[in-house]
Design a protein around this ligand. Structure first.
Ligand code: ATP
Ligand code: MG
Length: 807
């Protein structure tokens, strides 16, 4: 490259170099985990800017999370300087919000539209399911929501769906009814749900080619990371943007002469404006969002869609040691229907993978905490460690032990903070001001704090609004006409007054620039004058104290927002909050262990990774069993998890797991078996755990001695590093190989199944010693003994498999 590109290109391997420097209409970079796809994309942007081939404003880069976008932006700024800040590097959702905020008035929305997150749309759909009495047809809010979402991801709307649905089926008719009512309600509320952000942008581009042309002229280079996880709507958006400038169709600007963008900086004339150049990078082995409509075919058919596209393959992994990589290659090799790619690393073999099986999830969590501390003592910062799990609910056991062991941690994703009721209330207050058409938000705060406004009044307000052709919010301004009692009138009047007062702060008359602290001021005013804070403070519920703290935190968020966005308006703030996506965390303290689901982990890397709950029914998850391609998608997810690790990988599981108040027996994940045994050092194998009970270890050791027979986990005896704990020949082999692990289905193995236990019985436990049974709860295989041990205190034991004997 040019001399001033040397530092950009330094250290790249030949394939990476080509990916950075190739110039042409379409480039596809496919490669396994950690091979530098994201890095190459970043450098490619920097190289375009350095070589003055593009202005920052002509670049649109799409990442999977806002966090990834921020990191990429910082990296490019490091490489080419502050001018690059103006680039659009964002998620699909953020990019579409920006477009819609500029263009929404072309099709009947206003620029201050609200964004419904999935909780908001769930609430709306719930109401509609009730109003349409759809539960009689077996429609649940959850299923309806996910079906609507799926259809929207395929760019299907209620009408087009109705055309090909079986409308003689009454349940289908109900569904269509709710789907179209849902869209009507969104429109009425001046709101888009998450899927609409993308789908409606595509719709906008197709309906108004002139609008689309503005963006086609602007974005000359479009780059997409994690392309394997784009769904049809996102794919179509990219297609729309990379089309040549069309120059026909209605001109929505003609009427008001509005100019959206600064004139293009390039010298290109209209005749030169063929489609933008498109670069996509992806790894079909890491496609993990099929449930959201992601379609791997978007990768495999790229060459068909973009004839003449250059394809670059990257094969060297720069992230992980060879042991970790070999495990990853071995696991993903079990998926059929994939192109085999062999990743290699020159980082050396590295440490072995560490395996651990706990008796319970607490045991497992303790192992993780101990190991984290050991790594910390050896000099690894907490921020370089991450703990993954398949489902959010698994974090609780880990959190408890982390708190007790004083391990600092943060939970990524789950948008926990913004899901809290008090935060949603506060946001609803802000939305009621910013977008009064959003009836749902206004309804939410009607009686928060208590103003004596119940369902009857709410209905009266709605009816009044309808009868008079005004909005729900406007009806609040005339409490005297609603036909409600004086006390309630006063309550409504008070709410109306607070909202009006806040409007003056948050949305000053046009021409006036609101002070940068307006959002913080407006929020503080709303919380104070509505009486919301007072009500919490007056409460004696300790939970309410925490709620006040959370609201303080929200005010702090708005102050931060003001600092970072001196011109930021209430609408900007609401946008930012609505887009806080899974992997995005509010405060990014560096000194803590990150905890997240494997889905959230995509694209990230850490020195040490703990993949927990490596059990059947968790990974692969139970719900995947019936889905076509389900287990394969789960394998990709596991592959994503283990390929996040640079130096240390830990795989752990528990023999029993309490979930939803039930204790069940867990079985090691089939994926463990797919990892060559010599790569794993089992600190505590399933065998060790069993040994506490005696009987199971006998079964295991017997098989080691006696030969296992029928494959499955039987052959895993050595794999799991089971150490003989008793002379083999004293043991009697037990039946099938699967018996080695207690199996939820067959319930075989250490079968205490018919062990009679009653309150008052005395027992001995191999770890806890002697104790007395307080109570026995549950049925059959799930019977639990509540035992008070002399030394260990009260414990709950799953009678079926607990290493106990009756005295
Ligand atoms: P994933 O599939 O997980 O998203 P990826 O292909 O995007 O991975 P990157 O995250 O870009 O991979 O790179 C993985 C690691 O390898 C990063 O730490 C990156 O800095 C490093 N890396 C990439 N290319 C090189 C190189 N040529 N020399 C040294 N390190 C590199
Ligand atoms: Mg990446």
């Amino acid at each position: 490259g040019a001399p001033d590109q040397d530092d950009l290109l330094a250290g790249l391997n030949p394939q990476q170099l080509e990916a950075v420097t190739y110039r042409g209409p379409a480039l596809l970079i496919v490669a396994g985990a950690g091979s530098g796809k994201t890095s190459v994309l970043t450098r490619r942007i920097a190289s375009l800017l350095r070589g003055r081939e593009a202005w920052p404003s002509q670049i649109l880069a799409i990442t999977f999370t806002n966090k990834a976008a921020g990191e990429m932006r910082e990296r490019v700024v490091d490489l080419v300087g502050d001018a690059a800040r103006g680039m659009w590097i964002s998620t699909f959702h953020s990019a579409c919000v920006r477009i819609l905020r500029r263009e929404a008035d072309h099709f009947g929305f206003t620029k201050s539209f609200t964004i419904y997150d999935s909780g908001d749309s769930r609430a709306l759909i719930k109401r509609l399911v009730k109003e349409h009495e759809a539960d009689a047809y077996g429609l649940t809010p959850a299923a309806t929501q996910s079906r609507i979402s799926k259809l929207k991801n395929e760019l299907s709307d209620a009408e087009s769906f109705a055309r090909q649905a079986n409308m003689s089926d009454p349940a289908e008719r109900k569904f269509v009814e709710i789907f179209s009512d849902y869209q009507r309600q969104l429109r009425k509320a001046n709101a888009f749900d998450f899927d609409d952000l993308i789908g409606q942008t595509v719709f906008l581009f197709r309906a108004f080619p002139k609008v689309a042309d503005t963006y086609r002229r602007r974005f000359r280079h479009i780059l997409v990371d994690e392309y394997q996880d784009t769904n049809h709507a996102q794919y179509s958006l990219i297609h729309e943007l990379t089309r040549p400038v069309s120059g026909d169709g209605p001109d929505p600007y003609a009427s008001n002469g509005m100019m959206i963008f600064e004139p293009s900086h390039s010298d290109a004339t209209a005749s030169e404006l063929e489609g933008a150049s498109l670069t996509v990078v992806g790894d079909s082995d890491q496609s993990i969002y099929a449930f959201r409509g992601a379609d791997i075919r978007n990768i495999s058919e790229f060459e068909r869609d973009f004839p003449g596209a250059r394809v670059v393959l990257l094969e060297q992994n720069y992230r992980s040691t060879q042991n970790i990589l070999s495990a990853a290659n071995a696991v993903i090799g079990n998926n059929f229907d994939r192109k085999d790619k062999k990743l290699w690393s020159d980082r050396g073999a590295g440490d072995k993978i560490v395996g651990f099986t706990g008796y319970s999830q607490h045991d497992e969590a303790q192992f993780v905490a101990d190991e984290v501390e050991a790594l910390r003592r050896s000099g690894m910062p907490y921020s370089e460690m991450a703990v993954f799990y398949r489902t959010n609910s698994q974090s609780r056991a880990l959190e408890e032990i982390f708190i007790r062991s004083a391990v600092p941690y943060k939970i990524m994703g789950g948008t926990k903070f913004y899901e809290r009721a008090e935060i949603k209330d506060a946001m609803a207050y802000l939305i009621a001001v910013a977008n009064p058409a959003d009836e749902m938000s206004v309804r939410r705060i009607l009686n928060k704090p208590r103003r004596g406004i119940g369902d009857v009044t709410e209905t009266a307000i709605a009816r009044f609004a309808e009868d008079h052709g005004i909005s729900f919010r406007e009806a609040l301004s005339v409490p005297g006409q609603l036909g409600v009692g004086p006390k309630i009138q006063a309550g409504i009047g008070q709410l109306d007054a607070v909202l009006k007062e806040a409007t003056e702060i948050l949305l000053p008359a046009s021409g006036e620039v609101p002070p940068s602290t307006s959002v913080a001021d407006g929020l503080s005013l709303l919380l104070a004058k509505s009486g919301y804070l007072d009500a919490l403070r007056a409460s004696r519920d300790p939970q309410d104290e925490a709620r006040v703290e959370n609201l303080d935190e929200l005010v702090a968020v708005t102050r931060d927002f003001a600092r970072n966005n001196p011109d930021g308006t209430i609408v900007d703030f609401l946008t930012e909050v609505a887009l806080v996506a899974d992997a995005d965390d509010l405060d990014d303290e560096s000194g803590s262990v990150s905890m997240m689901t494997m889905h959230t982990a995509k694209g990230l890397e850490y020195d040490a990774v703990f993949v927990t709950g490596v059990e059947e029914d968790l990974i692969p998850h139970r719900i995947s069993a019936g889905e076509p391609g389900g287990p394969q998608e789960e394998r990709r997810l596991f592959y994503v998890g283990i390929t996040r690790a640079r130096k240390r990988l830990h795989l752990s599981l528990a023999m029993t797991r309490a979930q939803f108040g039930e204790v069940s027996v867990a079985m090691p994940s089939r994926f463990l078996q797919e990892i060559p045994g010599d790569l794993v050092d089992w600190r505590q194998s399933p065998g060790d755990v069993n040994s506490r009970g005696g009987m199971q270890s006998r079964a295991l050791n017997a098989r080691r001695g006696g030969g296992s027979g029928s494959g499955g986990f039987g052959s895993g005896g050595d794999r799991f590093g089971v150490k003989p704990l008793a002379p083999r020949d004293t043991l009697k082999p037990l039946s099938t190989s699967m018996d080695k692990f207690p199996n939820k289905v067959t319930g075989k193995v250490r079968d205490n199944g018919d062990l009679e236990l009653n309150a008052g019985d005395r027992i001995r436990h191999s770890d806890f010693g002697e104790g007395r049974v307080d109570a026995v709860t549950g049925e059959g295989a799930k019977r639990i003994a509540h035992v008070r041990f002399e030394a260990a205190g009260l414990k709950k034991l799953l009678i079926k498999i607990a290493p106990i004997e009756k005295l």
